[in-house]
Design a protein around this ligand. Sequence first.
Ligand SMILES: [Zn+2]
Length: 337
Amino acid sequence: MGYGVYSQRFGGLGVTPLRFKNLAMLVKWWAKVNSNKPCLWKSIVTSSFGSSFGRDLMQSDSPLHVSQISPIWRDLNRLQHNPSLLPIVGTNVWKWKFCEGELGFTRHLSLFNSIKASELGLLLATIQLNLLREDILLWSAAPDGVYSVSDAVRMLVHSNSVNPPTWSKVVWGNNVPSKVMLFHWLAIRQSIPVYDVLIKRHILPSSHSNLCVWCLEEVETVNHFLLHCKWTFKVWSDLFSWWKLVWVIPGSIEDFSFDWFYGMGIKASKFWKLIGPATFWAMWLARNDFIFNRKFMCRSVLVRNIKLKTFLWATNLKLCNGSQFYVWENNPSLLCF
Ligand SMILES: [Zn+2]
């Protein structure tokens, strides 16, 4: 008759046989001795027979002789030789936990495995176990070993991308308002909703005019609107004249942006990193005001607005102070010294 007969699951009454209960309670004595929890029983046993008594008792080649132990322990010792109790007292059922780690084997080891287990034991012998310290799982990607979602995402992005574009630092490392920064990014990616982009995306019908609203001569692409248009060129020329700089029209927004960071000297770059995106943004607002509100902003007003806005940003960044607007407006390169 198997165990299942007593189980309701297997059609039994669900009444536990007292024999099994008795044996299981006997094993509990042994378990208590080997438990880390302090108890009176353990204190008595270990003080009488030593701290390793319980473990020695359960070894198949126990150094303890039957004559040396009490009848109770003798019965306990016999438990491990009871094949019906292997599920609860077999050597493979109990595993030692070292500092929250486990070392145990769920099957009988072959000679090869025994050798490997011995090698493992030698390796573990070099480790100083401390029951007061818990074993922890370290994540090698982080210096402190602690898993971080943000670090993981960064690693995933990095591992799945080619070399970062040169403009990424130009755009995202800038101290301009977020919406201006985002607009700059859209400009570099040729994604500002100018007519050419809107028509190509089928947001506007192909029959819609794609001509630039300023010159009415060229297709309004992003580069044309922000760099190459006659009207835009004059805006940029005014700004470069303001800084007493000679410039050549760059081929793309990306190249243009790169110059603000690396082609104007360290001090001037700090200001031009603000002036460039501010000009893009101001031109975009002026364009939309003209299209949707039929308000035309003359170039001199636009340039002055750009100067005023960038001065405020530069002041907030402590690149200059609020009393220097006259210098800023008339000879800003003096602020670079
Ligand atoms: Zn144009």
